[in-house]
Design a protein around this ligand. Structure first.
Ligand code: N01
Length: 544
């Protein structure tokens, strides 16, 4: 006889994973490895996450490919060949597909399925997730692997809908090759990492390019070209040792040619030598071990400004492309070997919006305070509602029906970057107050998913209590995040998406934990070893 009673909600599976990027793919694999039943939902038509959507020309990763990859499986490390030291978008997307096939998780994923809501049933101890198509799925544990930069910012410019020509967003660029900018007059708005990568590609084919820049960014050289076979051989020798070594570092990676000197200990000639070596080695932020302490950071900032100016022929353009208003690292630095050089082409023009702001978009182009620039196409490289945006894109309600929007009304709160008070058994990898965008996201995806499944296994071993952090743990973690941010030059003084400053009305709080990957990992696992003292363990739901 069945013990199941009518009207009692039953789970469809143990775990639901939303998102099929780096974290989502690995979470699906972990679930299967550990014997949990699992369903995955992905709003795109394929795996890839960020590398699925951001298919604009020039998109690539500026973290070295040999760092920005999975290390959980030796065969995957040994069987995938990166063609470039910093791979382009299409290659990373192919890699993620390769991993998903290898791990046999594609069968678990429903594609073209956007999850719109997640509701917690306290009595049953279960989450119900619903998709835009009306499908619902009930689970014990929900993992929202939805990324930190997956909710594009709507352009806050008057007249956006009036433009008569096509407009494209770097964050949702058509993947079918249908965009043809050949011979067109193109306006590009935005000069963050995406703008810096797309502008040189647009300039290759367009008749005229007008770049609308509100804030200049640091742009430094990036490694490119084939992988060094010796590096590849070293990685493949013992991938698990590499994996462990990444977790012992500050940034969750081990970049090549990392400087091992301290700025403060060098004389003038030594400092110059270290800077020149780092510039030539293509990773200037790694010039010194103390690169993010104020003295070294100021020297690095000055050095980059000088180097940037040297590249650009026109003095006005050079002066205006240089970021004078914030230190290196205050905003996410950009990397390119061709961006600055693009401004030496006669058909590429910089419009400095600080001097001549956009007044509105017209059917025929963009009007600034001094001129109307006629355009055939507009490219928006205007960024994202970062970190909390993707979470708010899902209507999440937890204990007592409290919504995540309400819980985060004053900015994100959580403990250890993964769990929120009042939302038991809900996990948010790659989200707020974790090392996220200031660390190697691939290493972070593995670390957080490991921690989440170690937590789930622990809970199952204890008779399935429900887990959520104590409010005081959240307060402590937020304070820790701000304490480390205060040490980082420019972190709390620069207007950046790190602190929500790019979105009008968004609460200003620095959203990235910069206490370092090693410390983060150790803090997570200390909780597990000590039986989760920073959390409340709610009694398991009564059966039936
Ligand atoms: O977005 P952004 P992104 N009028 O927010 C401007 C990652 N990424 O897509 O700075 C005029 O950085 C805005 O101006 P301002 C990486 O983490 C990685 O470029 O707000 N301008 C800014 O210039 C990166 O940081 C790679 O004053 C407006 C730009 O638009 C993150 O994604 C590659 C405006 C937005 O820059 C986001 O980068 C690409 C307005 N109304 C991206 N609104 C890698 O290589 C916005 N802007 C790994």
């Amino acid at each position: 006889m069945s013990t199941t009673q009518p009207n009692v909600i039953q789970p469809d599976c143990d775990v639901v994973v939303v998102g099929a990027g780096f974290a989502g793919i690995y979470a699906l694999w972990q679930a299967r490895q550990r014997g949990f039943s699992v369903r995955g939902f992905e709003r795109g038509s394929d795996v890839g996450g960020t590398w699925y959507w951001n298919a604009y020309p020039g998109a690539r990763c500026d973290v070295e490919s040999y760092n920005y990859a999975y290390f959980f499986d030796d065969d995957i490390v040994r069987d995938w060949d990166w063609s470039d030291a910093c791979a382009e978008q299409g290659e990373i997307k192919r890699y993620l597909r390769f991993v998903a096939e290898r791990c046999d998780v594609l069968r678990d994923i429903t594609f073209d399925a956007q999850v719109l809501a997640a509701r917690y049933d306290e009595a049953a101890g279960l989450w119900t997730l619903s998709t835009a198509a009306g499908e619902t799925v009930v689970c014990r544990y929900a993992i929202l692997a939805i990324g930190a930069l997956s909710d594009p910012k709507a352009p806050d410019i008057e007249g956006v809908d009036d433009f008569a020509g096509p407009a494209w967003f770097t964050s949702s660029w058509p993947r079918d090759g249908s965009v043809d900018l050949t011979g067109k007059r193109v306006g590009v708005i935005g000069t963050g990492s995406s703008g810096v990568q797309v502008i040189p590609e647009v300039a290759k084919v367009a008749a005229e390019v007008h770049v609308f820049q509100r804030t200049a960014n640091y742009v430094t050289p990036v490694r490119s070209g084939p992988m060094d076979p010796a590096v590849v051989a070293r990685l493949r020798e013992d991938p698990q040792a590499v994996r462990q070594a990444f977790r012992e570092t500050y940034g969750g990676h081990m970049p090549l040619d990392m400087g091992d000197e301290r700025f403060v200990e060098l004389d003038e000639a030594g400092r110059q030598r270290a800077l020149d070596r780092a510039w030539a080695g293509k990773y200037i932020d790694l010039a010194f071990k103390d690169a993010y302490l104020p003295e070294a950071n100021a020297a690095i900032s000055d050095y980059i400004r000088r180097k940037m100016q040297e590249v650009v022929d026109d003095p006005w353009t050079a002066e205006h492309l240089v970021p004078w208003d914030h230190p290196y690292g205050g905003k996410r630095p950009c990397m390119s070997n061709v961006y600055l050089q693009t401004y030496n082409l006669p058909h590429v023009h910089l419009v400095d919006l600080r001097e001549t702001p956009i007044e509105r978009i017209l059917p025929e182009g963009i009007r600034t305070s001094t001129q109307t620039i006629p355009l055939d196409v507009i490219v928006y490289a205007t960024g994202f509602d970062a970190i909390s945006g993707p979470v708010f894109a899902i209507d999440i309600s937890g204990l007592d029906g409290r919504s995540m929007k309400d819980a985060w009304a004053d900015g994100p709160k959580n403990y250890l970057g993964t769990m929120v008070h009042g939302f038991p058994n809900l996990f948010l990898p790659s989200s707020a107050l974790s090392p996220s965008v200031l660390a190697n996201m691939a290493t972070l995806a593995e670390q957080q998913v490991d921690f989440i499944f170690d937590t789930i296994e622990w809970l199952d071993g204890q008779g399935r209590p429900r887990l959520h952090p104590l409010p005081e743990s959240e307060e402590h973690w937020r304070a820790e995040t701000l304490r480390y941010a205060a040490r980082r030059p420019g972190a709390l003084t620069t207007k950046s998406w790190y602190s929500g400053a790019n979105i009008p009305g968004k609460p200003r709080i620095f959203m990235v934990y910069c206490g370092g990957f090693k410390r983060y990992n150790e803090t997570c696992y200390r909780e597990l070893e000590e039986g989760f003292p920073g959390y409340e363990l709610m009694a398991p739901p009564r059966p039936g």
